[in-house]
Design a binder for this molecule. Structure first.
Ligand SMILES: [Zn+2]
Length: 385
């Protein structure tokens, strides 16, 4: 049994003890803690449910030179993420049961829970829909992320299927605001559930707020880099936002319109970056970037937990939370300030414009299904054996 002592449990707003047995939170409080063999002193630290990423690029199959399966898992654990939704723009594209099985075979061995998305169109060609009916046995999320679905009739047919079969489509709208508006209209017309990825523009926010107020079934995420960077010259898709856009994103979070923080963690080698590949690597510091922005903006920790853990967790059927009887997926974090150091990344790619930037709150320990899967060594651990 593992005992986390003196932790400030954010959701409960109190300092208490958490006893973990096997993969489950056995009890919260001071009762029955005598039998614990492994004791972690979390005095002065926050404890929260582990993070769930609604938008992650695993880079496999096919792009292990950017990031291997093992590196992806280690980077997530270091960032406090125990589960991720992996997009389908790999090589080959995840558009068949065979490729879904291949990914599963590799990810089953990892401590990281990977929920693999399949593409909307075959090989992301934008023309030919995948076989939703058979793929539905293996995944309930589809996305052509990386590319806009240009053909309006294809998008309509996909959303009709989403309505009929009950799956989710994650949409990469480009050009953003124009396509967000077009796609909201399609959902209004044919139904389905459309989740908009990496929303970055004030104009898109305005359209989405209106759609949500009208009861249209759309949801959306924002990324750490679009909240953290302003007017920065670094190739990412959609581009780094302006001050006005960032204010709109923050306003939408404060007003409760944003559903999730999705990292859009997108590793690239130096050479691929030089050749124009868009993307930022950020899962290892996502929490610290978000915590810094939220702290400065006066956005509370429960909102952070909702956007980084509970809502994206629910998308893949997980009930995240520090609750007796629930799965012991959690993070212990400090609230210290530190600087991002790309040399400390555990994944091989280093593509970030944020090296050296100040952030707040360090992930000290990540626990997945009751196992300590990441420990940076700062917390005191005692063994009672
Ligand atoms: Zn995208």
């Amino acid at each position: 049994m593992l005992l986390i002592k003196n932790a400030f449990v954010v959701e409960l707003d109190e300092i208490t003890n958490i006893l973990i047995e096997g993969d489950t939170i056995k009890s919260i409080g001071s009762e029955g803690t005598e039998g614990a063999l492994d004791i972690i002193d979390a005095k002065g630290m926050f404890v929260m449910p582990s993070f769930s990423d609604s938008h992650f690029h695993l880079r496999n199959p096919g792009h292990a030179y950017k990031q291997t399966y093992e590196e992806a898992s280690a980077a997530c654990m270091k960032g406090g993420y125990t589960d991720v939704i992996a997009l389908a723009n790999t090589n080959p594209v995840v558009d068949s049961i065979e490729v879904l099985r291949e990914v599963k075979e590799h990810t089953d061995k990892l401590p990281l829970d990977v929920y693999q998305v399949a593409s909307v169109t075959k090989a992301l060609n934008g023309k030919e829909l995948v076989d939703f009916d058979t793929l539905m046995d293996h995944t309930k999320i589809f996305s052509d992320d990386g590319k806009n679905v240009d053909d309006i009739s294809i998008m309509k047919r996909a959303l009709k299927k989403s309505e009929e079969l009950g799956f989710l489509i994650m949409d990469h709208s480009e050009p953003e605001s124009e396509m967000v508006k077009r796609n909201i209209e399609i959902v209004k017309e044919v139904g389905g559930h459309l989740h908009f990825c990496h929303i970055s523009k004030k104009e898109s926010i305005e359209a989405l707020v209106k759609a949500k107020d009208a009861g249209i079934n759309v949801t959306f995420e924002v990324t750490p880099h679009h909240l953290f960077g302003i007017d920065l010259d670094y190739r990412v898709n959609p581009p780094i936002a302006t001050k006005d856009d960032v204010e709109a994103l923050i306003g939408a979070i404060k007003d409760g319109y944003v559903d999730a923080i999705g990292t859009d963690h997108a590793p690239h080698t130096e050479e691929d970056k030089k050749n124009g590949s868009p993307g930022i690597i950020n899962i290892e510091n996502a929490y610290s970037m978000i915590r810094k922005v939220f702290y400065e903006q006066g956005i509370d920790m429960n909102t952070l937990i909702q956007l980084m853990s509970k809502w994206p967790g629910k998308l893949v059927g997980k009930e995240k939370g520090i609750v007796e009887g629930s799965v012991a997926d959690m993070v212990i974090v400090s609230d210290e300030e530190y600087k991002i150091d790309k040399e400390s990344f555990v994944t091989r790619s280093k593509n970030t414009p944020f090296d050296g930037r100040d952030v707040r709150g360090r992930v000290l320990m990540t626990i997945a299904k009751g196992d300590v899967v990441y420990d940076n060594g700062e917390l005191t651990r005692k063994s009672n054996q």
